[in-house]
Design a protein around this ligand. Structure first.
Ligand code: LLP
Length: 420
């Protein structure tokens, strides 16, 4: 459920017509609904009732300071994957003892930053990382709280580029070696082993891979316990999928039931790292039609948003529902159009053969389900400045990131001194 609905003939975010925002900030822009973010966080948390669970929002999904702050105010922790995200999470008032640092290639500087901020735990993904972390912690006179990320060799049945739990993927330590690596890690002087972590992929629309991974995790915990290790925390990662084009996806409560069935009685604190399921449906990318162009076989609606603003369609063949901001009248004729951006690549396409009422230049469209992995993945390709982000709460809206300017882009560039 989200809070983007037609009211009085116009698409609104909560009580604010998108047209009103477009007049203020111009297009394209991202628009988020605070009530939707809050609702999704609450639904996800409630799905874990009965478990000893901490929800650490995966900041990578949408790292706008205001978005993180809304979640922090609801009690969320944060899962971060870079020094930048750690800085953001702290700036958004997430307590350090609710922050987890994930990622396969953390640098010495990043590990040092995490240790100095005294965060809850660092999820380590390799033996070289363990050795480096031990050394860095030692040099700072600190102990590092560590969970080992295991690679459970489970196929998440999701898009190939976002499946992370198969043996051939770069993530985690092979589950068959965890027993040995855990024992070795426990001997390191500046490492304090606290548990295990997994994350098998993103946009999972089938619960079986979760079930299989959790069962594997359970088996590994039994082996480690038999060896005398105390396991304090299990991090189950994120990954729950959301409906992009109306296709059904498992609900948080169905997901919660799988956790309960597989790990409910394990007696160990659980951590979750949801990203997409919290913010995905809470955001739209609003764009204006620049031209409507006819060719022999196609009608193109050319928008002022492009692949650089929302990468998902071209990168993952993702299908995002698209709606006209002006409510279509009942019984209106629909026509099939290709909705494309202005970038000089055929991949700059948001949808093909998509049914819309007749569109004209100047009409606004909302590309839905763009709250996760939208603004955060944008680039300035074609020297297109990053677009603004707007947060709506009831009848108010606030620009939570300004539109970048071309001058800002140029400020970061210099001519070499041999060019006069
Ligand atoms: N934890 C870890 C360690 C992760 O790598 C990720 C996502 C998450 C949690 C959050 O997963 P979520 O609940 O959002 O599925 N750009 C892609 C998605 C990449 C996900 C990467 N890792 C997309 O637009 O589909």
């Amino acid at each position: 459920m989200d809070h983007f609905n037609y009211k009085d003939g116009a698409l609104t975010a909560e009580d604010v017509p998108l047209e009103t925002i477009a007049e203020t900030v111009e297009t394209p822009f991202y628009c988020y609904s605070q009530a939707t973010i809050e609702r999704h966080y609450q639904v996800f948390s409630e799905a874990l009732t009965g478990l000893s669970a901490t929800v650490c929002y995966a900041v990578k999904a949408n790292s706008n300071l205001a978005v993180i702050r809304v979640l922090a105010d609801m009690g969320a922790g944060a899962d971060v994957v870079s020094s930048g995200e750690l800085t953001r999470a702290l700036a958004a008032c997430v307590p350090a003892d609710k922050i987890i640092f994930s990622g396969v290639g953390k640098t010495r500087e990043e590990l040092s930053h995490a240790l100095q901020e005294n965060i809850l735990q660092i999820n380590v993904e390799s033996e070289p990382e363990l050795a480096l972390l031990d050394e860095v912690a030692g040099s700072l006179g600190l102990q590092a709280s560590v969970a080992l990320r295991i690679n459970p060799d489970v196929d998440a049945n999701t898009h190939d580029k976002i499946a992370t739990g198969r043996q051939e993927d770069k993530f985690g330590i092979e589950w068959t070696r965890v027993h040995e690596v855990y024992a070795r890690a426990s001997q390191l002087p500046h490492i304090n082993m606290v548990g295990l972590a997994i994350h098998i992929g993103s946009q999972l629309t089938d619960l079986d891979p979760f079930r299989n991974a959790f069962i594997r995790l359970r088996d590994i915990v039994a082996i480690l316990k038999a060896d005398g290790h105390e396991i304090l925390r299990l991090d189950l990662g994120g990954g729950l999928g959301i409906p992009y084009d109306g296709s059904p996806t498992p609900t948080p409560s169905e997901y919660g039931r799988v956790v309960l069935e597989t790990l409910g009685d394990i007696g160990i604190d659980l951590v979750f790292e949801p990203g997409r399921v919290i913010v995905g449906n809470a955001g739209l990318l609003v764009t204006r039609a620049v031209f409507v162009k006819e060719s022999a076989t196609r009608r193109f609606v050319i928008t002022d948003a492009a692949m650089n603003d929302l990468m998902r369609p071209t990168l993952y063949d993702a299908k995002h529902d698209i709606q006209p901001v002006k409510e279509p009248q009942n019984g209106v004729n629909m026509e099939n159009v290709d909705i494309v951006g202005p970038v000089c690549e055929t991949g700059d396409t948001f949808a093909t053969n998509y049914a819309l009422p007749s569109m004209e230049a100047g009409d606004l469209l909302a590309i839905r389900t763009a709250g996760a992995y939208g603004a955060v993945m944008a680039s300035t390709y074609n020297s297109r400045p990053l677009v603004p982000e707007v947060l709506v709460k009831e009848d108010r809206f606030s620009i939570i990131r300004e539109r970048m300017t071309v001058d800002t882009m140029l400020e970061y560039e210099n001519l070499p001194n041999w060019i006069k």
